[in-house]
Structure formats: C-alpha cells, structure tokens
Design a protein. Structure first.
Lengths: 263, 161
C-alpha cells in the first residue's frame, strides 16, 4: 500500500473541504477500498474517513413513510435497524459478506463503488431509491452508469439513501461462496404503481433493470407471467464461476423466486 | 507519522503510525500482540478478527487511525491475568476445536462476539456466523461443537459428520 495522509472530519462540510484536495478519496468502511489500496490499484494522497460523521449514520423513517439511511451506516446497523421499517432491505444488508465485514462496510461506500456483483446496487435500483449527496439528489435510475461507474462527481459524498417502501419486496441472492458477493442477485419491489426488478452480478454493465419482466409482472403478478422471457446472454458476465448463459438463466430463476416470496 | 491512542485489552496504549498502518500491524508490530494472526491479508480468512468497541472486525482491513479512541479487544485479553483460559478457549481445548491453531484467535474472537449477542445459538446460527472465518484443518465440526459447549449447551449428542 502506498502511504497517504488520513483525515477523519466530524461534519459533512469538513469532509467536503478535505476532499477538495488533489487526489483525495473518501473512505467508508474500507472493506473494498483497503484491499484495493493493498493491491496498489489506487494511490490517493489523502483518505477522508466519513466514519466520524454522526449526521451520516442511522436509519430513520421520514414523514412521507420513506426510509432514509445515512451514507456511513454499516450493513450490520441496516440489518438490525431497518428490520421493521423495510424488512427486505434489512435482509439484503444481513447477507452482505460476513459478520465482521458487515460491522465495517457502509451503504454509501457500496453504492459509490458500484461493484457489478454487490448487493446494495440491486436494492437501491430495485427500490427506485434516491441517492442524496452533499450537493444534490440523484434518482437510482440515473445514478448507476455501468461497472464501477456512477453519476458522482469528484469529491461528492453520499450523505444518505432514501428508499420508498414498497408493498412487498424480496432480494434473492445466489451466493458466490468464495467472494460472498452475489453470483447473481435479484431485487424485486412491488409498489402500488408497478413492479421494479433489478439484477446484480449478472451484467457486464453492472446492475440493471429487467424491464420485460417488470412489464409482464405489471400485467399479472405470477411466476407464470415470466414464462418465455429470457435475458440475452451476450452482455452477461462470463468467468470461471459461471458462463454468460448460466448467469442469464439465474436472473430468471432468482426473479421467479422473488415473485414467489412476494406472493 | 500521526499519534494514535486507544485502549487495548483494558490498557491505554499509543504510538506513532503512518496513514496506511493497518490495525493488525499496529497490534502486532507496535504492541507485540502477535496473537492476532494475519492469514490472507485480504479480509477473507478471519484469522485477524478483533473486537473494536465490542464488534468483531477484520483488523487487516481497518486502518489503525480509524481505531483512534476505540476500545479494542484481542485474543491476548481473553484469558484471565493468571493465564487460565476463558470458557470459549477452554471449550476449544476440551472439544479439539483446533489442529494447527492458526485460525483459532479469529475463531475465538468471532465466537465471543456471537455469544455476546446470541448467548445460546443453534448449530446453524454458529455455522452462519463463522462464514468469515476459514479453517483449513478441522472441517469446522469441533469448532462449532466447542462454541455450543461454551454457550452451556449439551453437545454429547452431536456426532461427527
């Protein structure tokens, strides 16, 4: 690991100021960033930890019923504290990595990194959540822009993520047991005005919505509605853990299981 | 270099570290607490698990400066002052929960974190909690058995798989 300066501000304003420096980088729980630094795949001059910013931590239910989760909230805290307000999302958080990783990793870090096999991007896109930063609010549909790519600008911090709470939702994760990421994961959320289906782990473009399945399920919310629908394997990830065709197939299987869980 | 201060196993400690110094390095190299093992150095094996403010974390995946002001617990703090083993350590010995012993510090620290939140876990809950702790010797069975025994549960009926 190359050396860097370390700063741990206690307010969002101080963190934004510290991130204005050249090659400064925000640090959430570090469960991806620290291994990346060890591999010398990144060389920030300064790491700005957001773990000391109290206003970026915690789960709260807003006046409109949506659930707002601070960007520096750990997976373990979401699993525990969102269990009553948004159980499907809490269940997703409780399946990330392992207990020690969940005690450090944060929602803001996961969403900002946009790993193509991470769980949170599916939950955020599947819920149609809003990513709140220090400067603006970004709809999930505009936020995820491909593998490891997001709408975030340099120095922009995810201060919270706001989730509308669906009538029913389910995250179905087909575990890749070595990495503990999703080989394929599907998050399905059923709102009064329609169904959203988001898949992670599958596409070369990162998390995506399966719009054909959404249309079919909007007409008829049954697993039979998915019969005959197929994901084109061409843009799927193919590696030693699973071929493109296998991942495309798994998206269908996981979507069916999510429909069953919500029925 | 930046000064970092924390409480480790009940004692106030401090030292000068670089930004990149890992908590595992601070414990092992600065404090000579080499019971915390570094196995994979990629946060997968769990040999380096310690407690930070009561929560299990992988110390090879946390910066020492992130633990400034924290209450840290390591394997060295598990036994009593006179060296007598605590209930989890004793159960690992009684039930042969280790062979080479490399993963054991992390296993014991994870087990302690589990039993704090869940004093009587089922076998399934123990196996699930240990997902981030790898053992290449035992096949886990006797580790799970030891943790069940440490929680005061009868393990006489648990046969080897």
């Amino acid at each position: 690991m190359y050396n860097f300066d370390f700063e741990k501000p206690s307010t969002i304003a101080d963190a934004v100021a510290a991130l204005a420096g050249e090659d400064a980088q925000a640090l959430g729980g570090g469960q991806t960033l620290i291994p990346t630094l060890k591999q010398r795949l990144a060389a920030p001059s300064t790491l700005v930890s957001v773990s000391g910013i109290a206003e970026m931590k915690g789960v709260c239910v807003e006046d409109d019923g949506s659930v707002a989760i601070g960007g520096a909230t750990t997976h373990a805290d979401v699993a525990a504290d969102a269990a009553s307000s948004y159980p499907a999302l809490a269940a997703l958080a409780g399946q990330i990595g392992d207990p020690a990783v969940r005690n450090r990793g944060t929602i803001g870090g996961s969403v900002a990194n946009n790993d193509p096999a991470a769980c949170y991007p599916a939950g955020v896109l599947g819920s149609g959540a809003t990513i709140v930063t220090n400067t603006r609010q970004i709809a999930a549909d505009d936020f995820f822009q491909g593998m490891f790519t997001t709408a975030l600008e340099e120095g922009e911090i995810i201060t919270s993520v706001r989730f509308p709470v669906p009538q029913a939702a389910s995250y179905q994760k087909f575990l890749q047991p070595a990495s503990r990421f999703a080989l394929v994961g599907v998050y399905l959320a059923r709102f009064a005005d329609g169904v959203r289906v988001a898949a992670t782990g599958a596409s070369e473009d990162g998390v995506f919505r399966w719009s054909e399945a959404e249309e079919a399920l909007n007409k008829e919310f049954r697993t039979d509605a998915l019969l005959g629908l197929h994901i084109n394997p061409m843009n799927m990830i193919g590696d030693l853990h699973g071929s493109k065709e296998y991942r495309a197939h798994l998206v269908s299987v996981m979507t069916k299981r999510a429909v069953e869980a919500c029925s | 270099m930046t000064q970092v201060s924390m409480t480790v196993n009940g004692k106030a400690v401090s030292g000068d570290v670089e930004g990149r110094t890992l908590l595992s390095s601070f414990l092992r190299d600065h404090l000579s607490l080499t019971g915390t093992h570094v196995g994979c150095d990629t946060a997968q094996c769990g040999a380096c698990v310690v407690h930070v403010n009561g929560e299990a974390v992988k110390s090879c995946n946390m910066l020492a400066l992130e633990a400034d002001g924290a209450d840290v617990g390591t394997i060295e703090g598990q036994a009593a002052e006179d060296g007598s083993l605590n209930v989890i350590q004793q159960a690992f010995q009684d039930h042969h929960g280790l062979q080479c012993g490399f993963c054991t510090p992390g296993m014991v620290m994870s087990a302690a974190a589990l039993l704090k939140d869940n004093p009587r876990p089922t076998e399934g809950e123990i196996r699930k909690y240990l997902e981030g702790n790898l053992c290449r010797c035992t096949g886990y069975h006797n580790i799970v058995k030891a943790i069940m025994a440490a929680s005061g549960q009868d393990v006489s009926s648990i046969a080897a798989e």
